[in-house]
Design a protein around this ligand. Sequence first.
Ligand SMILES: *Cc1c(COP(=O)(O)O)cnc(C)c1O
Length: 367
Amino acid sequence: MQVPLLDLKAQYATIKDEILAAVSEVLESQRCIGGPKVAELEEKIAAVSECKFAVGASSGTDAIMNSLMSLDIRPDDEIITTPFTFISTVGCIARLGAKIVFADIDPKTYNIDPGGVKGAVTEKTKAIMPVHLFGQMADMDPIMEVAAEYNLAVIEDAAQSISSTYKGRKAGSIGTVGCFSFFPSKNLGGIGDGGMIVTNDEELYNRLFIMRNHGSKPKYHHRCVGGNFRLDPIQAAALLVKLPHLDEWSAKRRGNAAYYDKKFAGTVAGTPYISPDCVTIYNQYVICVPRRDEVVAHLKANDIGCEIYYPVPMHLQECFSYLGYREGDFPEAEKAAKEVMAIPVYPELTDKMKDCVVEAILSFLGQ
Ligand SMILES: *Cc1c(COP(=O)(O)O)cnc(C)c1O
């Protein structure tokens, strides 16, 4: 049986008519930049995230970029973040000439370890950027304590975790800003690139708003050098159709995860640890297995989708060799990079498909 890692066609089939109508509405209006759909989505994402303000972005990466620029991050400023993430998180810091400072991860959650964050603070530190990996939020209370003690901004990279919670608080609502991605494989995915920033800080909101449109206010008068970080109204229209389904889709992912948890219990396959403080949205269901690379090859040979997030931690990437980190510097991130793999968890999976995934993994491992 073929089981893809993600099947966007299955989801599209359930909302096709609404998406086509919403996209058509934008096309008929010929409001091709900005407009009411973008404003409506901003309002709704702010509400979902329990934040006062939201600013659309052209991608999750640009949401992070706009956030760092609006927080006035400059060359030589230091930002503490995790080495176990997607390139966007750290790439934006590097693009501004600021210094990336890593702190290792908690081996249970794969999220940044707050103890390491505190130890990495220097007088040049300006911000902390936790990443809420795989759908589960980082341990925010101790991170916010460090931020308060040293007067640091906190940028939540919530690209994989929209609407997940930590102690009942929504992703993006605890830090100074929260950044979301609407990349099609995220729980709330557009029909192309898109992103959003949320904040409760009105002054920062005003800067984010201006920065996304070349720093202009009024038009052709530039207070600062910004960028073209605008969310496309066609994406906003499609996302407005999908947003009402987000909770139901995430609940189905949790159902699939619970099913896997049961099937893998008592085997060598380590299942995700979810903190009692968190409700995850399982953007990915990530297991930890012996002979990981062989398991991945076996699944792929049998048409079962899987992926390694992430095979090379950021401190060992060629593009960051100038930072001078070496193997052994962040052992937990390095260990995770060697042992973890994601298996299909998307909402439309059937029990038969899940059984097929479990069977392929356990039989290969002789369980
Ligand atoms: C997807 C993702 C991003 C970037 O989002 P894009 O929309 O692809 O630019 C940033 N950080 C993390 C952790 C992500 O998973």
